[in-house]
Design a protein around this ligand. Structure first.
Ligand code: ADP
Ligand code: ZN
Length: 266
């Protein structure tokens, strides 16, 4: 979903993606450490992506695939998909099983598992189902089911399974509570997935800190964005155009975020 009232420009088609990848392959530039995918609205594009990620994993078995399974969201408690429904089985049966890290929101986690998620206990169960589908790290990026949260907190839940040297698994589950800002931003899901990947890279052995930094950086960026937008709006309600995320202005907070939001271990 573009998030804007209007959009122009071209969308990459699946055969164009195939061609681009062939070019990289011919030049032997297909060894990557990470792959990150986000919004796509086309089934054949998504299927093409599956083939590419499989091939990248062949080139480097250690490549980490971070998938933001963009399917839809809830508005006032009512879920709706913003990609064609035919993408859901492709994500569920092919994409998520390949992914190492996934970042669904509450509604996407429900769609992928076919379960409803109304309490934190159910969320933790749903995360177990998602782990069983493949990914060792699952983040539910926004949810609003915790009654004690009233309406001014967003909850992020994280779950990671780590394989220890002795062959056993250890599990870590965390919760982060984010003060909800009274605005609708465009591009927050993309920014969050990217920053999460960056901080997991910097702190491979400290999942809690990686999540704290990603979520805190988000908070710095969005607070700055909202206060700039409010100043521009001169006290009124900021328009969508005034709420453009202040990325450049937030460079320092992105590179070195002060941890504002601490995670609780569950
Ligand atoms: P998704 O619905 O895909 O999870 P969002 O863009 O709603 O994506 O949220 C991603 C992250 O962006 C959240 O985890 C939170 O950190 C931040 N975020 C988005 N909207 C807000 C908001 N209104 N107030 C505070 N944080 C927000
Ligand atoms: Zn999202």
């Amino acid at each position: 979903m573009s998030g804007y009232a209007h959009w122009r420009g071209q969308v990459l088609k699946s055969d164009e993606l195939k061609e681009l990848y062939q070019g990289l392959r011919l030049n032997d530039i297909t060894r990557y450490d990470y792959v990150l995918t986000g919004y796509t609205a086309d089934k054949s594009f998504l299927e093409q992506l599956v083939g590419i990620v499989k091939d990248l994993k062949k080139q480097n078995p250690k490549v980490i695939y971070v998938c933001d399974p963009v399917l839809g969201d809830k508005w006032n408690g009512e879920g709706s998909m913003y990609v064609p429904e035919e993408l859901l089985p492709v994500y569920r049966d092919q994409v998520v099983p390949l992914a190492d890290i996934i970042t669904p929101n509450q509604f996407e986690a429900e769609l992928l598992t076919g379960r409803t998620l109304n309490t934190e206990k159910e969320a933790l169960e749903v995360m177990e189902v998602l782990h069983a589908m493949g990914p060792h790290t699952v983040l539910i990026t926004s949810s609003d089911f915790i009654p004690s949260c009233e309406n001014d907190l967003l909850v992020v839940l994280g779950s990671r399974i780590t394989c220890k040297p002795d062959g056993t698994n250890s599990k870590e589950k965390i919760r982060l509570e984010i003060p909800k800002l009274d605005a609708v931003f465009v591009g927050t899901g993309d920014l969050f997935a990217a920053m999460l990947l960056a901080w997991i890279h910097h702190h491979p052995d400290n999942f809690k800190l990686a999540c704290e930094k990603a979520v805190s950086a988000m908070s710095h960026v969005l607070k700055r964005t909202l206060s700039c937008a409010q100043a521009q709006a001169g006290g009124g309600k900021p328009r969508v155009a005034e709420l453009e995320i202040r990325m450049v202005q937030s460079k320092r907070d992105i590179e070195n975020p002060k941890v504002l939001i601490q995670a609780t271990t569950l």
